[in-house]
Structures are given as structure tokens and as C-alpha cells.
Design a protein around this ligand. Structure first.
Ligand SMILES: [Zn+2]
Length: 372
């Protein structure tokens, strides 16, 4: 099966030639002889499809619903906003509920959404003082045995961990054994504790600035360590609410275009009407684009990658040239996935944007899954 996807890449009209789900060539538009191939002319800006390593839900579905129907609904919802690969993210829950989510995963046939790369366990190994929306009764000390049980139940790709908790070192070692990316977060750790965890093999920080100490010039903590550490990646929730654009700009300057990845931390409310929703075992209010617990605590987001890119560009957090890195390539590289670049040999995951930054086409493995 051959397809040709036409669009503007780095200022030039190009044809991306796709075979069996992969990019086999990128050439000047209309130049190659293309017989028997389907042409998708996006007439827009063509970028690598967005990769989101932190997604709890969308379209009314939640990862903790623990069903393929829910996972597909999430994947389809985010694909409409340009995401072509995502990591289903759990919340702190009972061991049984977490195992149920992992065990519900089956390798799907072709479906109408983003590819699922596996699971991100956000909890239970997080600090009570920085738990955010995660239920206190389901927080536990890091346990290598428990992580092992999860890794054996399903495709775990990432784990968020508070490095100052007892047992954290052992869990980092176990995660590395299973090639699971350790992301530090929901943590009260000091700078030194965070640096030690990075030395042990942690690679990322979960939604930097949120659910950790902010930047304090005398008493640096995890946020400072993650910015200071050249080889650490940081997630940013760029909805304009979780992190002020000024701080996001500072973060991108500190990390450079290869050290930041946009994430949504989206919950089930994406593409749903405002109202009351259930998330992480409690009721949340979705109103005016924000998701909060009744006490006002932010509880995930209603963000899409499409919107995160728009917010970043509007506030000068990054330039258009940086979008392929911060919205796709960096996350793909962190997970060791051959995606996130429009280049030969990479998976044909593509998104097209209109001049005003709206997603018009989403292609997953060369297959059109969304067309506005
Ligand atoms: Zn989250």
C-alpha cells in the first residue's frame, strides 16, 4: 500500500512517500512518479504527528476504565487534535485497579486513533505532600516488586516516581531492567536528591513545576535540578494555566529545543461539554477550559497537543521550527521510538496544520485517521 502525503515542510512543498506505514522518501512536490499511490494533499503545514507521553483520558473515556473501548476512544479523540502516538497514563490507584488497566490492553487491529505506545504509571510511588489530584489512600512507597508485577501485566513504558521516598533507588534500578523510563515527579525532593536519581538512571521530570517545589534561588528542588541537568527531559503542560508562559519560556531557554516535551495531562473531558466528571476516584468540575477538584486544586487538564502548540507559539515559548522537537521528536527519542521525524525509515505519523494552527489532517502510519 502506497500513499503520498503533500504539504509544506520547512517552507517547501514536499511529497512524503509512504509504504507499509513507513516513510520511504521525502521529495519535492509533484516531482516523483507516483503510480497507483493515493495522494493526500493537505495544502497545509506538514509536521511529524504529535507524541504525548502523559494522557489520562479524552472523549469521555479514562485510562482507569480499563477497557479497549476506552483506550480507543482516548486514542481517537487525541488524534483529532494531531496526536499520532500516546502513552496511556494511570493515576494512583489500588494495585488491582492498576493491574486491570494494564491487563485490558490488547494489540489492536487498525483503529481510528493514535498509536498507543504503552502505559505511564503516574503513581502510586509519589509523595503525599505533592499528590495533586491523586488519592492519598492509594499512595505507596516505591516497591520494585510492585513495579515488576505491573511490567509483567502490560506494556509499561514510563513510571513517575518521587525520588526521596524509601525504596526509590531500587525502583529506578528495576525500571531500567525493564527499559521503563523513570520520570521524577509529584515529589518534594531536594536538588541533591533529584540529581542522585538522575545519576541512577532517571531521565525525565513529570510536568515540571507542577506537583514539585518551584524555583527557589536558595533552596533548589526537583524543578531546578531538571532544568539544570543537561541530559534530563522535562514535560510541560502548556495550557497557559499550569505554567505561566514566562516560566515556560525560561524552561525552554534553559533546556533548549531538545530538552522539552509538551504533554497534555489530559483527562476525560477533552471534546466533552463542561460539567462534573469523575477522575482519580473523585468528582471534578470542568469549566472554562480548566479541570479542578471542588477545593480548587488543578486535576489534570482539558488540553490537547494542538492547543499546547498554539499556546506555545502565541506566547513565544518556542518557534515554529521547534515544534517538531518539542511536540514529537523529543518524546519519541525518550521512548526509543522511530517516530517524530519526517525522514526516511521513520513511521509515517503526520499532522497537517492550517495557517492559523488548527489541525486539518492526522495520519497514523500513513493512514488518514482524521480530516477536518
Ligand atoms: Zn497526570
Amino acid at each position: 500500500m502506497r500513499a503520498v502525503v503533500r504539504g509544506l515542510i520547512e517552507g517547501q512543498w514536499k511529497d512524503v512517500i509512504v509504504e507499509e506505514g513507513f516513510i520511504v522518501d521525502v521529495c519535492e512536490a509533484g516531482v516523483g512518479v507516483i503510480t497507483g499511490a493515493r495522494l493526500v494533499d493537505t495544502a497545509g503545514l506538514l509536521l511529524p504527528g504529535f507524541v504525548d507521553v502523559h494522557v489520562h483520558g479524552g472523549g469521555g473515556a479514562d485510562v482507569m476504565d480499563a477497557s479497549m473501548e476506552a483506550f480507543e476512544q482516548i486514542a481517537a479523540t487525541h488524534a483529532r487534535h494531531g496526536t499520532t502516538a500516546l502513552v496511556l497514563t494511570t493515576v494512583a490507584a489500588s494495585r488491582e485497579a492498576t493491574l486491570a488497566a494494564l491487563a485490558a490492553w490488547r494489540t489492536p487491529g487498525p483503529w481510528r486513533g493514535a498509536d498507543v505506545l504503552g502505559f505511564h504509571l503516574e503513581g502510586p510511588f509519589i509523595h503525599p505532600a505533592k499528590r495533586g489530584a491523586h488519592p492519598a489512600e492509594h499512595l505507596r512507597a516505591p516497591s520494585p516488586e510492585e513495579l515488576r508485577a505491573y511490567a509483567e501485566a502490560g506494556p509499561v513504558r514510563m513510571v513517575t516516581l518521587a525520588p526521596e521516598l524509601p525504596g526509590a533507588d531500587e525502583v529506578i534500578r528495576t525500571a531500567r531492567e525493564f527499559r521503563i523510563v523513570v520520570s521524577l515527579g509529584h515529589s518534594a525532593s531536594t536538588y541533591d536528591e533529584a540529581m542522585r536519581a538522575f545519576d541512577l538512571g532517571a531521565q525525565s521530570a513529570t510536568h515540571v513545576f507542577n506537583a514539585m517545589d518551584g524555583l527557589d534561588h536558595r533552596r533548589p528542588g526537583l524543578a531546578a535540578a531538571a532544568l539544570d541537568r543537561a541530559d534530563a527531559m522535562v514535560e510541560i503542560i502548556l495550557d497557559g494555566v499550569h505554567v505561566h508562559p514566562a516560566i515556560a519560556r525560561l524552561a525552554v531557554r534553559a533546556k533548549g529545543r531538545h530538552g522539552v516535551m509538551l504533554v497534555t495531562d489530559a483527562v476525560s473531558v477533552v471534546d466533552m461539554p463542561e460539567g462534573r466528571y469523575w477522575f482519580a476516584g473523585a468528582e471534578m468540575v470542568y469549566r472554562a477550559g480548566e479541570v479542578r477538584r471542588p477545593d480548587g486544586t488543578l486535576a489534570g487538564s482539558a488540553l490537547t497537543m494542538e492547543r499546547a502548540v498554539q499556546v506555545g507559539l502565541a506566547h513565544g515559548v518556542f518557534l515554529l521550527d521547534d515544534v517538531p522537537d518539542v511536540a514529537a521528536a523529543n518524546a519519541a527519542r525518550l521512548l526509543g521510538e522511530r517516530r517524530g521525524r519526517i525522514a526516511r525509515g521513520y513511521r509515517a505519523d503526520l499532522v497537517a496544520l492550517s495557517a492559523d494552527g488548527a489541525v486539518t489532517h492526522t495520519l497514523v502510519g500513513g493512514r488518514l485517521v482524521h480530516c477536518a
